[in-house]
Structure formats: structure tokens, C-alpha cells
Design a protein around this ligand. Structure first.
Ligand code: SF4
Length: 319
């Protein structure tokens, strides 16, 4: 499978079958906390990055292979910004025709100022955009956007989408210590959220290896401040629990690479996910990953994360 992965345990969507229509790491933002490393290329160009029909065939196969109850959501997410794929509207509609499972789109929301993108996402059951800043300066500092996707366009797009969209709009705020966990920054974010009226606001923390070494989650005080200021509607999201389902793959090494390309994993998570294979098989798979150059191990705060070899981080690799 090239475009479909999982199901993976999602902090917000339970067991999520992922659809990844964008190559690593094509995005219109270059977030300092991005778990996939630095953006290359930084682009706002919408295109058929992968043939839509090929993506759909994989979705059909993945859905057919799953037992009832094994998936909670089908989610467009992955190696870059999914709304850059020009066929995402068609894909959402085709997936909705294939299954009664709810469909979500995890997006940065930067292209929602475009009427056609709002229209294309309207068939999804939930859209989960990002708002990390309440002013243009902090937006540029945290999200490092392409010049075409300004802060004004982001807020304008989110507000317009809220007015038109009938599904669930869940805005994520990723907190970065010293940047958007201060009282001033949080009050500006809260004021911006009040103009958007999302159904929920999810606080998230950079718990996986960030693109920039200096990025840290807020301390307990910063988190409490965020919860207090962003209001009673805030739902604090905790790190994922549960196992990654890698059983649908024939080749174990391919399975691990498919997951860590979109979702770097701590060693403990990886070990847990691989427990269903024998220790000998696990040892061989890890050895193959190390020697084939398909993965890297990145160290942050004493934790080791496996990620795709192509991801570019700002500091040393652990191995
Ligand atoms: S976190 Fe998402 S929006 Fe930000 S750079 Fe990474 S892929 Fe793009």
C-alpha cells in the first residue's frame, strides 16, 4: 500500500484508517513542531500528486480487509497538507460512497480561503484544522507559511468554512513552550477562536520529534494556563494509547515504514506494535530497517523515535 495506512490509534479519532495523498513532505506550512521534519517543497500548488484512482483502489482493498468494528474513522492525513491534492473532494465523495464510516480531514486549514477547497471538504463528517497563533507575527514564527497563505487568509478561511459547513469543526491548538503558551498569546488565540466558532478546540502538545530541536511542550503551568484561557470548551488531548495494527501487511519491514513515514513512533510504541511477531522476526525487521537506510532513529529528550529516512530534522540522529 502506498497511500493507505493503519488503522492507527488517533488521539482524537479512535482507530483511524489513514489516507495519505501527498508525498513527504509537501506542505504550504513549515511548522517548527512538525513531526515529519522540515518542509520540502514549501508550495501552495494544488495538483494530482498521486493518481486519485490508485488511491481509491487502495482504500477499497483496505476497507475490504477490515472486520466490522476495527475502524472508527477514515481520515485524510499524512505526509503533507492533504488539501494540496486537487482530487481530495472527489476522493472524499468516493470514500463516502464506499463505506458508512465517518470521514475526517486533518488539515492546516490554510487553503480554506479558497471557495473550491471549502466546497470539496464539505462532504467530510469532520474537519480538523489548526490555529496556533492569534496574530500574524506568531503565525509566521510557529507555522512558517508560504507567503501566499497569510494569517488573514487563514482566519478568513476558517470563519467562512464555519459558516458554510454542516459537519464537525474541531480546531487544534499545538502549544509550544515560550511561543504560544504565554497569557498574551493565549488570549489572542482565544479571541480569534471566538470569531470562528468551532465545535471543539483540542489542545495538543509536540510529543513526537519536532522539526526544530528547540521546540518543547509547555510545562504544567503553561498547559493549565491554556486550558483556563481557551475556555470551557477546550478538550485536552492526551498522547495516543493502544496498539498500531500492522497485521494487514505481508512484509513486516514495509509495515513499519508505512507507519513511521506518517507517524514517527517511540521505541516503546514500536516494540509494542511488533509484539505480535516472534522476537526473531522483530530483530530481523529492525536490523533490516537500520541497514536498508529506509528509516532513521531521532532522539528527543531521551526518547528515541523511528521515522522515515527522508524526514529532515534539525539536529543529530541517534543512529
Ligand atoms: S505539522 Fe502539518 S501543516 Fe505543519 S508543516 Fe507539518 S504537515 Fe505541514
Amino acid at each position: 500500500m502506498n497511500y493507505v495506512f493503519g488503522p492507527v490509534p488517533s488521539r482524537r479519532l479512535g482507530k483511524s484508517l489513514g489516507i495519505d495523498p501527498i508525498p513527504l513532505k509537501t506542505c504550504n506550512w513549515n511548522c517548527v513542531y512538525c513531526q515529519l521534519g522540515r518542509t520540502t517543497p514549501l508550495t501552495t500548488g494544488r495538483s494530482e500528486y498521486a493518481p486519485r484512482q490508485d488511491i481509491l483502489v487502495e482504500v477499497q482493498q483496505a476497507l475490504a480487509a477490515q472486520q466490522s468494528g476495527e475502524i472508527d474513522w477514515v481520515t485524510f492525513v499524512g505526509s503533507g497538507e492533504p488539501t494540496l491534492h486537487s482530487g481530495i473532494g472527489w476522493l472524499i465523495q468516493q470514500v463516502k460512497a464506499l463505506t458508512s464510516l465517518p470521514v475526517a480531514v486533518i488539515t492546516n486549514g490554510a487553503l480554506l480561503y479558497l471557495p473550491e477547497v471549502r466546497q470539496e471538504l464539505s462532504a467530510a463528517d469532520a474537519v480538523l484544522p489548526t490555529l496556533d497563533a492569534g496574530n500574524p507575527r506568531l503565525y509566521r514564527k510557529i507555522n512558517r507559511p508560504h507567503p501566499e497563505v497569510s494569517f488573514e487568509r487563514l482566519v478568513e478561511g476558517l470563519s467562512a468554512f464555519r459558516r458554510e459547513y454542516q459537519g464537525q469543526l474541531w480546531v487544534e491548538v499545538m502549544l509550544v513552550r515560550g511561543l504560544n503558551d504565554t497569557e498574551e498569546a493565549l488570549r489572542e488565540i482565544a479571541a480569534t477562536l471566538q470569531t470562528i466558532h468551532p465545535d471543539q478546540v483540542h489542545i495538543n502538545l509536540p510529543m513526537r520529534p519536532p522539526a526544530e530541536l528547540w521546540v518543547q511542550p509547555p510545562d504544567e503551568e503553561g498547559l493549565l494556563r491554556a486550558r483556563a484561557i481557551l475556555g470551557e470548551v477546550v478538550h485536552v488531548v492526551h498522547p495516543a494509547e493502544g496498539d498500531f495494527d500492522l497485521s494487514g501487511y505481508i512484509d513486516l519491514v514495509d509495515a513499519v515504514v508505512a507507519i513511521i513515514t506518517r507517524h514517527p513512533m517511540r521505541e516503546e510504541e514500536l516494540t509494542r506494535a511488533l509484539e505480535r511477531w516472534t522476537p526473531g522476526q522483530v530483530g530481523e525487521a529492525l536490523q533490516a530497517l537500520m541497514t536498508s537506510g529506509r528509516a532513521q532513529v531521532v532522539e528527543r529528550c531521551g526518547c528515541h523515535f523511528w521515522s522515515a529516512a527522508a524526514s529532515r530534522y534539525s539536529e543529530r540522529r541517534a543512529a
